[in-house]
Design a protein around this ligand. Sequence first.
Ligand SMILES: [Fe+2]
Length: 289
Amino acid sequence: MENTAPSIPRTHHAPPRPKTDGAPASHPRALRLIQISDSHLFAHPEGRLLGLNTRRSFQAVLALALDGGTPADGLVMTGDLVQDETAEGYAYLARVLEDTGIPCFCIPGNHDRRDLMEEWLGAAAMGPIADNRIDGWNLIFLDSTLPGEDGGRLTRRQVHHMDTLLQRDPGPCLVFLHQHPLPIGSAWMDTMGVTNGAQLLAVCDRHPHLKAVICGHIHQEFSVSRGHYQILGTPSTCFQFLPASPDFALDARTPGYRELHLHPDGRLDTRVVRLAAYPEPLALDATGY
Ligand SMILES: [Fe+2]
């Protein structure tokens, strides 16, 4: 695909700064957190993947998520933010996130440039391991990406640091990362998960206040229970991969996002919400992208 990037003034539009204070819970209701993943945006407004304008699809999913009746308290983006890894793509995303007016937390995927994320998304770009409190809940963000690789890996330091964070604070906790930490039953996709995901899950197994490990990358809904917590995957805001397929295959299911309702007593309710239809036709017979 050839795109001519539009000229965007080099002005930073940093999204709202995530709340990082340790203030006591002030929400009598459950917190409403939105997870959006794998937007695969381009610098050019008409940038497309598999026939789909990824900005248009992202905007449609975000509008659906923000129009959920109850105001959203935060937005998590779990990687593959900008497909062509351009400053213009991140500048566009920064403006959109700023317009939401809510705290935003972004982690990189294998289709991202960490330096550009930090430059354009400011405080919304999470570091290699980041710990944020949103009312009584802790949100841990892990950068699982490896430069030049589709699969991911966590460093020993990240795994150890996460263990320390979980020991230190007994509050309910969610962990977010891009690649999936265990096989999802799709052979081609399972060649590019987190290679040492078992180490991550071994730490999670030891901390009963951990409620879920939540990934992007797999472009499909996924949910499995493992003892006291869930491992969750979420649709992309653009094209979807067919679950359980041994080879690359697209799914006709529509783009969507994940609702996460974080109750004051530590309960987590979650579900995936999808668009009623694709914003425009998708090349479903594609054999790659
Ligand atoms: Fe992706």
